[in-house]
Design a protein around this ligand. Structure first.
Ligand code: 13P
Length: 338
């Protein structure tokens, strides 16, 4: 795989007018989401749900790519077509989450570090065979009185560097995801300081570890105040803080930034993405890689019933379309009309 191919894939992932769908919930997280809707989490329920997602009519118009979970990339549709092929034939590039989750970091109470580097080279080779074109690795940073610590930021940034270099070696574009969580009562200003520091250290590690910046996608949090913060910022304040943090840390060699939604409501995530793009021109594409903000209403509408598949697919297509407008700074709230 040449660098040119990585660069071409990265550009396709963040193509104008489109964004990325994160449908890579681990089995544990998927169980939580299904149980919350009163459904049992079985391999078959998860398969039916993921088939509904990747076969949504017209999805490829607004969605460039979908991130899958290990179980999903091995599953097939009812008629026996591998789900990654269903996505690809719907003009949606299939990718794969390759981290093994955030675990307690030793000697650092309250900190987590993402695991999954051992054996990753071999797993990546298999994912190439299974049809993946890109990968994702999520690091998680908590804000608290004494968090994150230098050890927490450094170990997670270092692991993102190791992962990104291995992924590019395998010919897969890495989606580098350092997520500063919105849990807690911290202010917008504190979220901006922490996000700026985390991103600066991530890019230092990517450079030290010879990652080709033109062949990655960054998947950061938007800079928002903690969910429990009594002083919630305006939409413009969120957009301003987010763009400032990114401009200070993300080299313009990076083709695109695809935000996670991180627990914001679906409409809030869309409004923020729109405001960020209205502050352009920006040095990179600024798009979405939403999980919950695209899929929560989809899962709720489906409710596990075959007769609801069409309605659930319409809900997903609708949110995808609104976010595709927002990533151009062309969202109009009147389009929400349900
Ligand atoms: P959310 O948009 O629900 O935060 O999910 C995106 C994601 O892929 C988290 O790893």
């Amino acid at each position: 795989m040449s660098i040119d191919e990585l660069v071409t894939t990265a550009a396709a992932l963040v193509a104008p007018g489109q964004g990325i769908l994160a449908a890579d919930e681990s089995t544990g997280t998927m169980e939580k989401r299904l149980v919350a809707e009163g459904l049992e989490s079985t391999e078959e329920t998860r398969r039916r749900y993921r088939e509904l997602i990747v076969s949504t009519p017209g999805l490829g118009e607004w969605i460039s790519a979908v991130i899958l979970f290990d179980e999903t990339i091995r599953q097939s549709s009812k008629d026996g077509t591998p789900l990654q092929k269903v996505a690809a034939s719907n003009n949606v590039i299939p990718g794969i989450k390759v981290d093994k989750g955030a675990k307690q970091l030793a000697a650092a109470p309250g900190e987590k570090v993402t695991e999954g580097l051992d054996g990753l080279r071999e797993r990546l080779e298999e994912y190439v065979q299974l049809g993946a074109k890109f990968t994702k690795w999520r690091a998680v940073l908590n804000i608290g009185d004494h968090l994150p610590t230098p050890a927490g930021v450094h170990t997670n940034a270092h692991a993102l560097g190791r992962y990104a270099a291995l992924s590019q070696e395998a010919g897969l574009v890495p989606m580098v995801e350092p997520e500063v969580l919105m849990d807690g009562s911290h202010t917008l200003q504190r979220a901006e300081e922490v996000t700026t520091d985390v991103l600066a250290q991530v890019f230092t590690e990517l450079r030290k570890q010879n990652v080709v910046l033109e062949g990655i996608v960054l998947k950061p949090n938007m800079v928002v105040a903690g969910a429990e913060c009594p002083q919630q910022p305006s939409v413009d304040e969120v957009a301003e803080a987010t763009v400032r943090a990114l401009r200070r840390t993300v080299p313009s060699a990076v083709p695109g930034i695809a935000f996670l939604s991180g627990g914001q409501s679906d409409e809030q995530a869309t409004v923020h993405l729109d405001a960020i793009n209205r502050r352009g021109p920006l040095p990179w594409q600024a798009t979405f890689s939403f999980g919950r903000a695209l899929l929560a209403p989809t899962l709720h509408t489906w409710a596990g019933k075959d007769e609801n598949v069409d309605a659930a697919q319409r809900v997903l297509a609708h949110r995808a379309k609104l976010n595709a407008a927002a990533r151009q700074g062309e969202y109009d709230p009147s389009l929400e009309g349900k």
